[in-house]
Every structure is written in structure tokens, then in C-alpha cells.
Ligand binder design. Structure first.
Ligand code: PBG
Length: 323
């Protein structure tokens, strides 16, 4: 048959498939989230995230060295704190001698060229397990901003390069930009969790940090998974308030939102390939139900194809080895 168009012509060999490939992953796309805990020489695997460990600072520095050798240069740090360090107002979050800020300083000290991203939200430090201050079962928006401001300033003083507000309080990007500028930290960037959904896919992360909410859920601040137009409002506000990157979270169930923000905003778009997305692939692979490596690379590719130029992923190290 004489067909004018035979799309298969461009798929006939590895060389030609490679030549016409539109999206290519690179190790420079990745940010690796890391979990830190107190102690020395401690390595504790997250049960629901095979291959992912909470590390004490000494081992964390070794881990970063390994990642840097693989070409990964940006890390997003999260603390696992004992219950005794948590309180209603997350005061440990701006304790300069606390685990988290010590770790930020140590990383920047040993690896000045590494970019350290810090998490801005109350939950790892909150005895209520919420991202904001809780009063009579309600999350107080504006009062929470003050805590986030102290946390941000302390993180910048410790050497953070990018702060990642993951709390979803209204007005926080503008408020934190002002706090940073007034502190002289004009070069500290903000990667706002612009469209962060109230998702079941955060389960394993909350295991990793022992940070699940003690009551209720996060639906009064995180977005409803049924909404996409609302993501444009959140992104617009964060853009106007001075965000340097806009993040979508989770990634795989929200590829349409990644595309939506990429089409509408001229800022780098980040996507957080979250803990549950990691756990699903790992669990299926461990059962022999799918090829874990291929599923990992295909998912990361899909996130990039949808429009993310930055991918936060627990797969960073594994993917870097394959690239
Ligand atoms: C909380 C926070 C969460 C994640 C990052 N920051 C969980 C939550 O909102 O409860 C999830 C990351 C993941 O699941 O990998 N501020």
C-alpha cells in the first residue's frame, strides 16, 4: 500500500527513535529529598519507602557526596524529630542549634556549591501534626505566617539557597519574600508549592517523619483534587507575590496541572514526584508485577513531558545511575 504518512518510519531503529525523541531526562532535572534524624551513624529505612533512609548528619554528608559524584546537586531536606521536640508553635523550627539548621550549615560548609532547599511548614515540628497553628480545631492562617517567617529567616541564616513553603497558607510567598529581603537575603529563592493537593499519596512521607496530623485532615489548606482552575489562582498569587519557581504536587496524578501551569506562567515549573508515587512502583517491582526501572524512567519522563523542568524525586539517585 502507498501511504503518504507512515509514522512508523520514524520508529524503525534505535538511532532514528533517539534522533526524534522530544523529551530527554537529565540528572540536572532532579532534586533529591533527604530525611535527617538525630544521632550518629544512624540509618533507618522508611518501611513504606524501600531504599529510602532517614540518616544522621554524618551519614547524610556521605550520602550527599555520593549523589554529587552522580551529578545531583540540589537537595531538599526534611527533619524527623522526636515527639519531645515538637510543640504547638513549632518553635524548634527556628532553633539555630536544632538538628535541621545544624544540618543546613554542615552541608553548605562541606559542599559550598550544592544547592540546599529547605522546607517551610510547621508539620515536622508541630505537636498537632499540622502545617499551621491549630486553635479550637481550626488552622490559623495569619498567625502561622509569623512562625513561617521565623523559620525562613533562620533557614536563610543557616545558608539555605531555596526555601520551599509547603504549608499552603494564604499570602505566605509575599510575606516570606518580604522577610527574606528585609534580612538582606535577596538571593534566596522561593520555590512555592503553588498547587499542592490534599493527597493520599503523601502517606509514606508522613511515616518517614512521624508527622501525620493528630486529628482531622489537611483539606482546609491543601487543594481539592477535583479542581484545576483553582490551581491557576494559586499560581497567579504566588507569581505576583514573588515566587521564583511554581511547584505542582503530587506529580503523576496531576500531569494536567503541570501542563496548565507551564502553559500559563513563564516561570520554571517544578513537580514533586511524592512518596506514594515512589512506594507504588517499588511495591509492584518487589512483587515482580512490573519492571521497576522502566516504570521509574517512564514516570519521570512523563512528568518532564507534561512541562516540569525540575523534578523532586526519591528516584533521583537510581535514575542518575541509569542516565
Ligand atoms: C508537609 C509536606 C508533605 C510533603 C512534603 N511536605 C506532606 C503533607 O503535606 O502532609 C509530602 C512529600 C511526599 O509525600 O513525598 N508540609
Amino acid at each position: 500500500m502507498n501511504l503518504t504518512r507512515r509514522p512508523r518510519r520514524n520508529r524503525q531503529s534505535a538511532v532514528i527513535r533517539d534522533m526524534v525523541q522530544e523529551t530527554r531526562l537529565s540528572v540536572t532535572d532532579f532534586i533529591l529529598p533527604l530525611f535527617i534524624l538525630e544521632g550518629k551513624n544512624v540509618r533507618s529505612e522508611v518501611a513504606s519507602m524501600p531504599g529510602i533512609y532517614r540518616l544522621s548528619l554524618d551519614l547524610l554528608l556521605d550520602e550527599i557526596q555520593e549523589c554529587v559524584d552522580l551529578g545531583i546537586n540540589t537537595f531538599d531536606l526534611f527533619p524527623n524529630l522526636p515527639e519531645a521536640r515538637k510543640d504547638k508553635y513549632a518553635t524548634e523550627s527556628y532553633n539555630p542549634d536544632g538538628l535541621y539548621l545544624q544540618a543546613v550549615r554542615a552541608i553548605k560548609d562541606r559542599f559550598p556549591d550544592v544547592m540546599v532547599m529547605t522546607d517551610v511548614a510547621m508539620d515536622p515540628y508541630s505537636s498537632d501534626g499540622h502545617d499551621g497553628i491549630v486553635e479550637n480545631g481550626k488552622i490559623l492562617n495569619d498567625e502561622t505566617l509569623e512562625v513561617l517567617g521565623k523559620m525562613t529567616l533562620a533557614q536563610a541564616q543557616a545558608g539555605a539557597n531555596i526555601i520551599g513553603p509547603s504549608d499552603m497558607m494564604d499570602g505566605r510567598v509575599g510575606y516570606l519574600r518580604q522577610v527574606l529581603d528585609e534580612g538582606g537575603f535577596h538571593d534566596v529563592a522561593i520555590m512555592s508549592y503553588a498547587a499542592k493537593y490534599a493527597s493520599a499519596f503523601y502517606g509514606p512521607f508522613r511515616d518517614a517523619l512521624d508527622s501525620a496530623p493528630k486529628f482531622g485532615d489537611k483539606k482546609t489548606y491543601q487543594m481539592n483534587p477535583g479542581n484545576s482552575r483553582e490551581a491557576l489562582i494559586e499560581a497567579q498569587l504566588d507569581f505576583e507575590e514573588g515566587a521564583d519557581f511554581l511547584m505542582v504536587k503530587p506529580a503523576l496524578a496531576y500531569l494536567d496541572i503541570i501542563k496548565l501551569l507551564d502553559d500559563n506562567f513563564h516561570l520554571p515549573i517544578a513537580a514533586y514526584n511524592v512518596s506514594g508515587e515512589y512506594a507504588m512502583i517499588k511495591a509492584a517491582a518487589q512483587n515482580g508485577w512490573l519492571d521497576g526501572e522502566r516504570a521509574m524512567m517512564e514516570s519521570l519522563m512523563a512528568i518532564k513531558r507534561a512541562g516540569a523542568n525540575v523534578i523532586l524525586t526519591y528516584f533521583a539517585k537510581e535514575a542518575a545511575r541509569l542516565l
